[in-house]
Design a protein around this ligand. Sequence first.
Ligand code: AMP
Length: 299
Amino acid sequence: MKQIIKTADLEAAVKEAKQQQLEIGLVPTMGALHEGHLSLIERALKENDLVVVSLFVNPIQFNNKEDLEKYPRTIEADLKLITDLESRTEKKASALLAFTPTVDEMYPQGEPKEVYHFGPVEEVMEGPRRPGHFSGVAVVVRRLFDLAQPKRAYFGEKDYQQIAVIRSLLEQIKYPIELIPCPIVRADDGLALSSRNMRLSPAARQMAPAINATLEQAAEMAEYEEVDDVKEWVLDTLASWHEVNDCPDGLQFEPEYFEIVDAITLQPIAEWAEAEKNGAVGCIAVWLDGVRLIDIVKF
Ligand code: AMP
């Protein structure tokens, strides 16, 4: 692994790789790496000649200043995880670049003015609740595409709506990049791994797997219940969890939304048959212990 901080150095490395006709895989992250991120990097190492992993906490995608300030930054540990992964992976890639730019390096002209719109895929779920978020994601991802010029780009299904947004971005900018969605990696108890999990108190961390457990039960219910009934059951089950279970410290789940949507268009469905072609996905955002957790289930 080689760490690169300057965009000019990344451009030079990419230029050289392109001259040798190497295939480049890009894994954009905000650092604070865990096994979920590592699964994306591992796959990229197996499928490409050169892998670029970016670790950059992108300020313009945070619509909440406190969330940005509290976002974990663990760069030294991250670089060690990447080095260890690289040495234990049976890989195709001959090189791995960890790109760790500063904000000034990424945005030398100050905060970028470009704004992206994605139509219906951003008008649901996270979109209205996090104004400007997806445009901020698109700005940084496009910048990374320009710098790394990947053949393939790897994104996790944990941020399910983000994948639809990147798919739309690629259609808009017409870059011939293959978008590779990767499955969610979970802790043994089912909780979707997330950099935000480290902000949960031990008691909240013990409660958190109930989110995935509820979604898994919902997937079973979907075989015989209507869409609206499954939706209502998930929201009620989590919102009343503390009434039925022993929850210390006044902890409780506060669901922000749970939507059952078409897996590609992300539009809410009223009948299972509406998602016959693309499949249906349930997407949830839940507050617990002051931390906003998201997860999905495929129906
Ligand atoms: P982040 O650093 O949170 O921006 O995440 C970087 C990439 O890792 C995104 O494409 C995420 O969807 C993906 N990712 C985060 N958590 C997981 C997980 N538990 N399983 C699989 N991918 C994940």
